[in-house]
Design a protein around this ligand. Structure first.
Ligand code: PAF
Length: 286
């Protein structure tokens, strides 16, 4: 695996692969890689001949009070994991390489609709930062396909719309969330949890599975269901940010007739904000 830091080196390496007729897959990350990222890179290797991964902790998607400075960075360990997973080219640009004129005055991409509620409401500007950097990275790499984790369900919806609305010729694939044995979704932020918080954290996914099972059994009073879910989360030691039942593709609030649903949650345990989701179809069940 070759590691490059500049757009120039990146483009040269990709041009080399393209000239050999290779299909390019891209996995954008912020590093501190875990098995969930490894699964994305492995999937990329199954779908293309040349796998590019980026590690860039994008300041534009962090709010002023968020954890940009303490976001975990572990380049050497990440490189080992990427080599084992079959990555061919790693792009690790500095902030100045991505934002040479600074972030003030940077053209921003705003994806309306799907970015508005949920994490978009709790983290103003977050999805503009994500959409902007993903658009820039797509223009730098120009991949045939790009793979993202379904754990960031709303982010994936934003990126799908970005690509559709801007006529980008890139296939977007979502990969299922990788979970620990007790159900906790793998996340770089799990590193912040104390032993007690880690022990309590699976309650987040347990809450989603209980809500989904109630809906499958016919419950359609989503307000009652989410109120009950938030109570269960508080009992487990969480401070819920949001817990919502949404229509799976538009992410608007679900109605009783929607067949494709997703339950999305964000909740603080101590100072750490965890997110998770559970998507399911009632049509398949019928
Ligand atoms: O999901 C992430 O790690 C980031 O939001 C992404 C897509 C790499 C953009 O910075």
């Amino acid at each position: 695996m070759n590691t490059v830091k500049t757009v120039r080196e990146l483009r040269a390496a990709i041009a080399g692969a393209r000239s050999k007729g290779k299909r390019i897959a891209f996995v954008p990350t912020m590093g501190n890689l875990h098995s969930g990222h490894v699964a994305l890179v492995e999937k990329a290797g199954q779908r293309a001949d040349f796998v590019v991964t980026s590690i860039f902790v994008n300041p534009l998607q962090f709010g002023p009070t968020e954890d940009l400075d303490k976001y975990p960075r572990s380049l050497a360990a990440d490189q080992e994991k990427l080599i084992d997973a079959g990555c061919h080219l790693l792009f690790t640009p500095d902030v100045d390489e991505v934002y040479p004129d600074g972030m003030q005055g940077q053209t921003l991409i705003h994806v309306p609709g799907v970015s508005a509620g949920l994490c978009g409401a709790s983290r103003p500007g977050h999805f503009d930062g994500v959409a902007t950097v993903v658009c820039k990275l797509f223009n730098m790499v120009q991949p045939d396909l790009a793979i993202f984790g379904e754990k960031d369900f709303q982010q994936l919806a934003v990126i799908r719309k970005l690509v559709r609305d801007l006529n980008m010729s890139i296939q977007i694939m979502g990969e299922p969330t990788v979970r620990a044995e007790d159900g906790l979704a793998l996340s770089s932020r799990n590193n912040y949890l104390t032993a007690n918080q880690r022990a309590a954290a699976p309650a987040l996914y347990a809450c989603l599975t209980e809500m989904a099972s109630a809906i499958r059994q016919g419950e359609r009073d989503f307000a009652k269901l989410t109120a009950k879910g938030k109570t269960a989360l508080r009992k487990a030691g969480f401070r819920p940010d949001y817990l919502e039942v949404c229509e799976a593709s538009s992410l608007r609030s679900a109605t009783a007739d929607d067949p494709d649903l997703v339950i999305l949650a964000a909740a603080f345990i101590g100072k750490t904000r965890l997110i998770d989701n559970l998507a399911f179809s009632l049509a398949v069940d019928a």
